[in-house]
Design a protein around this ligand. Sequence first.
Ligand code: ATP
Ligand code: MG
Length: 561
Amino acid sequence: MEESKPTNFIRSIIDEDLAAGRIQQVVTRFPPEPNGYLHIGHAKSIVLNFGIAQDYHGRCNLRFDDTNPAKEEEEFVAAIEHDVQWLGYQWDELRFASDYFEQLYTYAIELIEKGLAYVCELSAEQTRAYRGTLKEPGKNSPYRDRSVAENLDLFQRMRAGEFEDGSRVLRAKIDMASPNMNMRDPVLYRIRRGLIHHQTGDAWCLYPMYDFTHPISDALEGITHSLCTLEFEDHRPLYDWVLEHITIACHPRQIEFSRLNLQYTVMSKRKLTQLVDEGLVEGWDDPRMPTIAGLRRRGYTPASIREFCRRIGITKSDNSVEMELLESCIREELEVSAPRRMAVLRPLKLTLSNYPEDKVESLTVVNHPKREEMGTRALPFSREIYIDRHDFTEVAPNKKFKRLVTGGEVRLRYGYVVRCDEVIKNAAGEVVELIGSYDPQTLGKNPQGRKVKGVIHWVSAEHGLPAEIRVYDRLLSHPAPDSDKSVEDWKTHLNPRSLIRYTEARVEPALGEAESLARFQFEREGYFCRDSAATDSLVFNQVVALRDTWAKIAQVINPAP
Ligand code: ATP
Ligand code: MG
């Protein structure tokens, strides 16, 4: 797949900064909090940050923003590292914000000594009341004018564990009347005692806030452009304030872009955690999850996810992207790269009464209709075959029905033309088996004197392998489940048909050797991939359907010039 260099407003800013000599080399970072698995929204940020470093011969760090020990875990650190690498990127340096705890503490002391930070003892509730509202200025905390010496003493004792959680915080002394609420003496440090941090253990009970940690971590790493999502736009004045008031050489430029929202799913780690913890999905890598792990198990390739990120682009406008755009990226790739195979999801046996009982023919069939270099494989043909239930009906419902009917003919893909002569039903009147015949003159040839239009897929009953085939639909049945105000709980919108298991499926023998995550086109059914979790049975997950509904949408998003 073509991966041309993108253009966007952030790259334009970098071009200018390089041209003007403001920077010599661009340095970015991807800063996840290790409190869950990465999702496709993070991929947007990863492709942006690592992509820029790659294209500009710059550097990009992976930095864990690990300042909240209550929600973070080592498991997530390992999963995030793996996902970033799987997406095709390698960081220059691996850092943890917690690596800087000692330096951050020193910078906090500097602010205190400059009279720019103070220890506040207002309760959380009082703090809220003092902060004011968007329409009204806040009030100064009664602790705001403490002496430097008193602040230093209290701050040291906060670190030493003398005070309870919530009893004291360190706040920046900025402006309680600022129209920007983030500038009304924001909290820089809080006490969290008795927690074990995955990196620093029990060394600290005093933890820095994001708005203090982030600019300093960026500056310490020499980041030139600190790219973040739009909700941090209002935090930028604070980002700059922190760096302007401490002694630090570097002042990175924060630039915001819009978050990715994808329809029919949820994208916040908090909500994805709920799905996992409440057992509503199989885990973080459930193929229905918008996580990188879920997309990987679903059969997405790193290139298809990068291509998706390239297509959605980077802007400042909030939008919600159609799932079809993501799907079209993998579909287009698999159309070219996936070998063709045959699999019958709902088997119905068809016995060809005029085919010799112990005869087996080995048909040589191409792996890809347009790519000869992908070679051929052997496909066994025998007297008993399975076709899909959906490819048979006793009486054609209309003229468009080109599949098999009683007394009618159809071509078996790569094989013969066959006829259904007789239907066997059970006591309930349901069709359970078909008896038919084949025309021996029709292998690779049209039948004489008549036209057979329909072609269906099939698997030899004796040779086909039992498999489970899982077909997926959207996880949620509402395009924006978390913004629907008419329901109390977004989980009300969970789609009960998001997973359908075909447990009786039969697949052609060549699929028995499919490797974990190998991808195929199952003819007439869609693209499928061998499940990576079910190791001792044959399970295939649907990656995406065959039909391309994207063309339509593309016109709306990118109207023809
Ligand atoms: P969530 O709300 O899902 O937990 P987050 O922003 O809190 O997301 P972080 O781990 O803090 O998650 O994010 C790491 C980086 O990924 C940040 O720079 C963040 O802006 C970016 N990011 C997270 N979600 C998205 C998204 N939907 N689109 C684009 N970038 C995102
Ligand atoms: Mg976060």
